[in-house]
Design a protein around this ligand. Structure first.
Ligand code: NAI
Length: 289
């Protein structure tokens, strides 16, 4: 579809993947609101995007519902309508599950899942109200599809935001809103610094050591995909109405194995009743029934 002159709202849009997406959308002719909790990221991003009338930078903590609505109001006041919502802001802790405090769970789930919920509740009705159609992209992660030990909090939150898109897709497609789950592997970004924006009241962490190590650098960083590469991939996914926007080929076997394992686990001993089979084949579109 033609994105020219339409408006995007990208959370966490001032750094890393969000900035890569913002660049690609700007290149496609969209107006752009980047909303981010870090003012320094916003300032750098505006410079990198070349400033200009098509870019609006808003300081926003996506966990703040009132502020989210006010940010959407500002975007609409400037550009008229919002057509594309990228729920991209995200943070991470990594390490053994038994070290996790409630604050670790609450912080990561609050931003990654709660922030996405806030984006949907705030902006979906606005997209439906203008009737010009639209698109929602949740930035999840490959770890939602191929979870790894030591990533329980992060991966389970990412699985939730994939599921949101899977459920909303068939519900909203007929009403002109397309939903996509973006699941990248490793990308060059500032996510190792995420702890810097962690609120004081959620500072009690079980991962202080791991966080320090993450912030001190990553020897594989140069091998990761760039924000520009994944930004272009997301743009392509939007243009093609893709439900799953995937990137990194090294996860192919993992994705396949998971699909095969879940397929094999389905009980094929079926109930006898023809009515049962007919009914649930329609309800769940399962060709095996
Ligand atoms: P990043 O740290 O470079 O960018 C994230 C931006 O979100 C930052 O500018 C940060 O200030 C902002 N942010 C954090 N908390 C926020 C809040 N409460 N409200 C508003 N903005 C907030 O990190 P990156 O890697 O670009 O992360 C973007 C998304 O991509 C996240 O959802 C992350 O989980 C996901 N992701 C990242 C991968 C990677 O390898 N970098 C891989 C898979 C997924």
């Amino acid at each position: 579809q033609d994105l020219q002159g339409k408006t995007a709202f990208v959370t966490g849009g001032a750094s890393g993947i969000g900035l890569g997406i913002a660049k690609a959308l700007l290149g496609a002719g969209m107006n752009l609101t980047i909303a981010d909790i870090r003012q320094d990221h916003l300032d750098e991003a505006v410079a990198e995007l070349g400033g200009g009338e098509r870019v609006l930078a808003i300081r926003l903590d996506v966990t703040d519902r009132e502020a989210f609505a006010a940010a959407a109001d500002r975007a609409e006041a400037k550009f008229g309508k919002i057509h594309l919502l990228c729920n991209n802001a995200g943070v991470a802790v990594v390490g053994p599950t038994d070290l996790a405090t409630y604050a670790d769970w609450d912080w990561v789930m609050g931003v990654n899942v709660g922030g996405t919920i806030n984006g949907i509740v705030t902006i979906l009705p606005r997209i439906l109200a203008h009737g010009e159609g639209g698109h929602i992209v949740n930035t999840a992660s490959m770890s939602a599809l191929v979870p790894a030990a030591g990533t329980t909090i992060y991966s389970s939150g990412k699985a939730a935001v994939v599921s949101m898109m899977e459920c909303m897709r068939p519900e909203l497609e007929a009403r002109g809103v397309i939903c996509s789950a973006f699941c990248p592997g490793a990308v060059q970004s500032n996510i190792a610094e995420a702890g810097k924006t962690r609120p004081e009241e959620l500072s009690a962490t079980g991962y202080a050591e791991a966080d320090k190590r993450r912030q001190s650098g990553d020897q594989f960083f140069h091998l990761y995909q760039t924000k520009e590469e994944v930004g272009q991939r997301v743009l392509r996914g939007i243009m093609n109405d893709e439900l799953y926007i995937l990137t990194h080929s090294e996860f192919l076997d993992g994705v396949r194995e998971r699909g095969e394992a879940t397929t094999a686990a389905v009980q094929t001993h079926l109930p006898e009743s023809e009515e049962y089979k007919r009914t649930f084949a329609i309800l769940f579109r399962n060709p095996a029934i």
